[in-house]
Design a protein around this ligand. Structure first.
Ligand SMILES: CC(C)(COP(=O)(O)OP(=O)(O)OC[C@H]1O[C@@H](n2cnc3c(N)ncnc32)[C@H](O)[C@@H]1OP(=O)(O)O)[C@@H](O)C(=O)NCCC(=O)NCCS
Length: 195
């Protein structure tokens, strides 16, 4: 079997979990993304420097335009996380590095008013299922600073295996951080589901 196949480009652009709708970005999300990012600068900026104190609506527009334009043609799939009953924009989950290897990288963030409710783990589980169903990926990696305890809890709860600590793997605000490497493989996921 040739494992290094290109990603399947016709992929489901929306799926649901128990409490969430996880869907492709639309241009109407620009303002909601901006509001969510602005309220979350303190928590999100530390580990995701794109969410900085001067974050502007122009940057939201630039990001949403980029992910819409590149959907299915680049190596990034970024999704909006919406709370099902209110349809509120509560954060984002996505995978990147599609096609570079038979693996992808998983990332997530929540707006600060929606943390502590289990939405990140629910969205992460959802996109792991989506990835193995929609793409040829054999492996999903989650890489996070050793200082990012909330993200570590999310990674652990996905069932990902802790494979080690990567020295000086992330550069955040001009400082190198060691990083946890967590990974799920298609085979281990199938084994988990069959037991
Ligand atoms: C990382 C991040 C998404 C985690 O958010 P979070 O809300 O802590 O994670 P979850 O949504 O999985 O929620 C887990 C918490 O909700 C609680 N919870 C409440 N109801 C729950 C439910 N129904 N199901 C599961 N957990 C629930 C859990 O007890 C847990 O709280 P605890 O940490 O005090 O034990 C968030 O901190 C964030 O956006 N950080 C900044 C960006 C970032 O670092 N991203 C990752 C880069 S690698």
């Amino acid at each position: 079997m040739n494992l290094i196949k290109p990603a399947k480009r016709q992929v489901a652009d929306q799926f649901e979990t128990e409490r969430l709708v996880i869907r492709r970005y639309q241009t109407t999300d620009i303002e909601a993304l901006y509001a969510a990012a602005r309220e979350s600068i303190e928590e999100v900026s530390r580990f995701l420097p794109w969410c900085h104190p001067d974050y502007s609506i122009a940057e939201s527009k630039q990001w949403v335009t980029l992910v819409i334009k590149n959907w299915g043609v680049s190596n990034l799939f970024s999704f909006v996380i919406e709370e099902k009953s209110s349809r509120r924009f509560i954060g984002s989950v996505g995978i990147n590095a599609v096609d570079l290897h038979p693996m992808v990288n998983l990332g997530y963030w929540l707006r600060s008013s929606e943390t502590g409710k289990g939405y990140a783990i629910e969205a992460a589980q959802g996109i792991i299922d989506w990835t193995f169903a929609e793409l040829q990926s054999q492996r999903i990696e989650i890489i996070l600073s050793v200082e990012n305890n909330p993200s570590k809890k999310v990674a652990e709860k996905t069932g990902a295996r802790h494979e080690g600590i990567l020295a000086s793997r992330l550069l955040l605000h001009g400082r190198l951080h060691d990083a946890h490497l967590f990974a799920l493989t298609r085979d281990s996921r199938l084994d988990d589901h069959s037991t």
